[in-house]
Ligand binder design. Structure first.
Ligand SMILES: C[S@@+](CC[C@H](N)C(=O)[O-])C[C@H]1O[C@@H](n2cnc3c(N)ncnc32)[C@H](O)[C@@H]1O
Length: 210
């Protein structure tokens, strides 16, 4: 199956029930910042409604959120304005990051990589390689195939395979990704009440560009 299109995501945002929209940054990303793992020019690819870019901009980081869904970027800008944070967002394709002039020291990928098929993951890693400075770090938070099948998932082998030559996998550990469960089907699968959040098994990788 091909990766979902920008119009698919535009529609998901219109419905306002997208499971990744939890109204706050992922706890794992908050912890990365607290642990001093973020620095320099920061890229948030597939930024969605902007929670991570807003969180980091509020703390004074030089951060840019990009998403290929114009609706996501519109919502991210509105969220930043509502919170009084000067955060930068742009519509951009994660497969063409090297075409921009800007280069990055830190990338925070929250739930983008796991959307892609194998060939696209390799192409995405190449795009990140072009966009990062040598020594730059990609933090990758992706839903794990150890989870209950709520949304796309990947195995750790997918991360190892996509980030091969030109990268060093410094750390790969189990983590969690917080999701919003809107409907009965998802709630039954996950054994929670509709309208609640749940922390699902994920991978958190730290990958350094050589
Ligand atoms: C699962 S959501 C995650 C959003 C956010 N990072 C989070 O964790 O809440 C994936 C996001 O990636 C965006 N996306 C998917 N493919 C993309 C691509 N090729 N280029 C840029 N953004 C993309 C989607 O529009 C969507 O906003």
């Amino acid at each position: 199956m091909a990766a979902p299109s920008a119009s698919f995501f535009d529609a998901a945002y219109e419905n306002e029930t997208a499971p990744w929209v939890i109204g706050e940054p992922q706890p794992e990303v908050v912890a990365l910042e607290r642990d001093g793992r973020i620095g320099g020019a920061v890229l948030d690819p597939g930024c969605g409604t902007g929670e991570h870019t807003i969180h980091l901009a509020r703390l004074g980081y030089d951060v840019r959120g990009v998403d290929f869904s114009p609706r996501a970027v519109e919502m991210a800008r509105a969220n930043a304005a509502e919170q009084g944070v000067a955060a930068e967002f742009a519509v951009a394709d994660a497969f063409a990051l090297g075409e921009e002039e800007r280069r990055y020291d830190t990338v925070v990928d929250s739930a983008l990589f796991h959307m892609f098929e194998e060939a696209d993951r390799t192409a995405y890693a190449a795009s990140l390689h072009a966009a990062c400075r040598p020594g730059g770090v990609v933090h990758l938070l992706a839903l794990s195939d150890a989870g209950p099948g709520f949304g796309p998932q990947v195995g750790d082998d997918a991360i190892r395979h996509a980030f091969g030559a030109g990268w060093e996998l410094e750390d790969l550990r189990t983590a969690t990704y917080r999701c919003y469960v809107a409907d009965e089907g998802g709630a039954t699968l996950l054994n929670v009440q509709p309208g609640s959040t749940v922390d699902l098994p994920a991978w958190l990788a730290r990958i350094r560009r050589r």
